[in-house]
Design a protein around this ligand. Structure first.
Ligand code: SAH
Length: 224
């Protein structure tokens, strides 16, 4: 069961979390404001309200994790979100990252390969604030993207990719940005790809992060 009360206590915990993320180097006020606005504990079971406000990753259903708040902030900052940006996210997971992007004004399309997690999006507790015009959920394989909904201004991958999926590059608009953790030894290095107006690509590498792996195909078996 989710905890659906947002009290001063929760807001206080959220404020400390945002302060610690700011101290770790996040400067984009739009990102910090969105993370202050969205009650992160709504994405956790009731027993884990305090953990929701610690800067760490945490297990969710289907053996997956909700990303660490700092990681969410870092990827969101790299995306340079503008109002009405059309965004594709690979790896819906808990829906937290997708909600942050929607709160920042993006029109979010998010794909999940674990059926159990996709089915949970039907009960998204903030649906009235972020209706499907702002945040759309899909069940599918992120390696394929969403060709019928693209191209996208921004693409964010929230699982560790073995390589940059070529179909996602195709679905990025000229002038668009992709933020993707790409495998390098035991870690994933954060990579930002810019598609120039002439279609050529430029790459910038950032810190190492750890992510659950980006896997091909879909999985409808809740025990795997
Ligand atoms: N953005 C999420 C992070 C979840 S962890 C959040 O805010 O909670 C990464 C998620 O990526 C997992 O749920 C995993 O099942 C999913 N995933 C892995 N490979 C995928 C693929 N090929 N297509 C879509 N989702 C994928």
């Amino acid at each position: 069961m989710k905890a659906l009360e947002d009290s001063y206590l929760h807001k206080g915990m959220r404020e400390s979390l945002i302060n610690s993320i700011r101290e770790k180097g996040i400067t984009d006020e739009l990102v910090l404001k969105a993370m202050m606005e969205v009650p992160r504990h709504y994405f956790f079971d009731k027993a884990f309200v305090r953990i929701a406000y610690e800067d760490r990753a945490f297990p969710i259903a289907a053996n997956q994790t909700i990303s660490q708040p700092y990681t969410v902030a870092f990827q969101s900052q790299l995306l340079q979100i503008k109002q009405y940006d059309k965004v594709l996210e690979i790896g819906t997971g808990s829906m937290y990252q997708a909600t942050i992007l929607a709160e920042m004004g993006a029109l979010v399309h998010t794909i999940e390969r674990q059926k159990e997690l996709y089915l949970a999006t039907k009960h998204f507790v903030l649906k009235s604030k972020y209706p499907s015009a702002k945040l759309k959920f899909f069940y599918g394989d992120g390696f394929e993207g969403l060709p019928t909904y693209g191209p996208f201004d921004k693409i964010i991958i929230t699982c560790g990719a073995p390589f940059v999926p070529p179909k996602l590059i195709d679905q990025l608009k000229p002038g668009g940005l992709m933020v993707i953790p790409v495998a390098q030894d035991a870690h994933h290095k954060m990579l930002r790809i810019t598609k120039q107006l002439d279609g050529s690509l430029s790459e910038e590498y950032f810190n190492d992060f750890s992510f659950v792996p980006m896997l091909p195909g879909t999985n409808s078996n809740p025990t795997k």
